[in-house]
Design a protein around this ligand. Structure first.
Ligand code: SF4
Ligand code: SF4
Length: 167
């Protein structure tokens, strides 16, 4: 599973690098957190993605982990959508587990899933106004296909609860 995820990361990195080379002013950058603040739902992760993400969580200071714990607990009770990612650092607008983040986070700005309405409206606006015209997006169907080999899928809240119960 780890090899499959590493291969998938390499494929995504290659695509992202190609898009950035073609469009050096691509807007996804540190501090741009609109997508993290407007998730359609609680993030869903495969077992392989969760294994990686928990390595990132284990590196966080206890205080930071405590904040995340509280926000995840609140999220389990929140009936409304969209949701703010409970991992997002709300002060800096950065992802505290960036190197370990899920595939959906790595691909959101660079791949389109128009049939599911999952793509960045900020980028869409720039494509529409011609600032980012002629972009060749990544193919999300290929990503979805590879995700099927990464184990069962659960909500982030559920993975986190199981992880907490083990510690
Ligand atoms: S996907 Fe959109 S909102 Fe998210 S980092 Fe990229 S430009 Fe910003
Ligand atoms: S895991 Fe990180 S990149 Fe993904 S939505 Fe949460 S804060 Fe944003």
């Amino acid at each position: 599973m780890k090899i499959a995820l590493t291969r998938l990361h390499a494929d995504i990195d290659a695509r992202v690098t190609a898009i950035r080379a073609y469009s050096p002013d691509w807007p996804c950058a540190r501090g741009c957190d609109t997508c993290c603040r407007q998730l359609a739902d609680v993030p869903q992760l495969t077992a392989g993605e969760w294994d990686l993400l928990q390595e990132g969580l284990a590196l966080l200071p206890a205080e930071r982990l405590g904040e995340i714990r509280q926000r995840i607990a609140a999220l389990t009770l929140q009936p409304t959508r969209p949701v703010v990612c409970p991992l997002l650092d709300l002060q800096t607008g950065t992802c505290p587990i960036y190197a370990h983040r899920p595939i959906a986070c790595q691909t959101y700005g660079f791949y389109v899933q128009r049939d599911k309405g999952l793509y960045c409206r900020d980028i869409e606006a720039r494509v529409d106004d011609g600032t980012l015209s002629d972009v060749i997006w990544g193919n999300h169907e290929a990503i979805d296909q590879q995700l099927t080999g990464l184990g069962k899928i659960c909500a982030l809240t559920e993975w986190f609860e199981r992880w907490e119960n083990k510690h």
